[in-house]
Design a protein around this ligand. Structure first.
Ligand SMILES: Nc1ncnc2c1ncn2[C@@H]1O[C@H](COP(=O)(O)OP(=O)(O)OP(=O)(O)O)[C@@H](O)[C@H]1O
Length: 249
């Protein structure tokens, strides 16, 4: 039996935007099935540029990206985008149909799946995010925290290999933050979470990768990286006042 390929394999990816600005300088990253990894780094580090390579929105620089063994290329883009589900920072960028159910059905319907399968996926994805029973409601009637969870469901209904979350805790109140953490830690997918919220990274992701200046500058257990004051200081990462990562259970 051969081992499963990594969920994400990024090899020597370098990328310059069309205006000549070089944002990535040779990034290597391997994430295995079932891992939850935080992608940390200051503004302008290249986090978004890297994420846009994972689903093939950006290509054409140096290096290679593969998702569960499938190389990201023009001919594989449709399948790559099913395998890598990106949850945007603003849920309202992801929810545009009259009802929650139609939003969650949108992706599977585009795949051409039979309606009975679409309906089953909608029900399952909403249940996974603790939102069963809201399928008939308009998204704008939900709270911000509920809309963010529905945005996660719109991606889960595609049965992705990797769930990429951009700042999942932003603008959430403490209860919404806790509810989302409970949902995310229970999902059976590989997860890459881009965040400036270091306590949330510690709570959700056993491993973190720090990107700065377009290169990976650290990769290891989140608790160890966050306890390294020199590392944090060098890369403009700050823990909340009084927060001690070694004392969080
Ligand atoms: N469309 C673009 N054209 C030219 N340069 C860009 C473009 N988008 C981003 N950049 C530059 O590329 C670098 C990396 O940007 P990127 O958005 O990937 O950083 P980031 O780590 O996601 O930052 P943030 O935490 O602010 O979201 C920055 O210097 C940015 O100014």
């Amino acid at each position: 039996m051969t081992a499963a390929p990594p969920s994400l394999l990024v090899e020597d990816v370098a990328y310059a935007y069309p205006d000549g600005h070089q944002a990535l300088f040779g990034v290597d990253l391997r994430i295995d099935p079932g891992e939850r990894v935080a992608l940390l780094g200051p503004n302008g580090a290249g986090k978004t540029t890297l994420v846009l390579h994972l689903n093939g929105v950006l290509r054409g620089g140096r290096g290679r990206v593969a998702v569960a063994g499938l190389p990201v290329e023009k001919r594989t883009l449709q399948e790559v985008r099913r395998r890598v589900g990106v949850v945007f920072q603003d849920p309202d960028d992801q929810l545009f149909m009259p009802t929650v159910g139609e939003d969650v059905a949108f992706g599977p319907r585009n795949l051409g799946l039979p309606e009975v399968e679409v309906a089953a996926r909608v029900a399952a994805a909403l249940a996974q995010v603790g939102m069963a029973g809201v399928a008939d409601r308009p998204p704008h009637h939900l709270s911000f925290g509920q809309r963010r969870r529905v945005a996660v469901a719109t991606v889960l209904s595609m049965h992705p290999e990797v769930l990429v979350l951009d700042e999942p805790s932003s603008n959430l109140d403490p209860a919404g933050r806790r509810e989302l953490a409970e949902v995310l830690t229970g999902l059976p997918v590989t997860m890459l979470m881009v965040t400036h919220d270091l306590p949330y990274a510690l709570q959700l992701c056993p491993r973190s990768v720090v990107l700065d200046g377009g290169v990976v500058v650290a990769d290891g257990p989140t608790r160890e990286l966050l306890a390294d004051a020199d590392l944090l200081g060098r890369h403009r990462l700050e823990l909340p006042y009084g927060f001690d990562p070694t004392r969080v259970p």
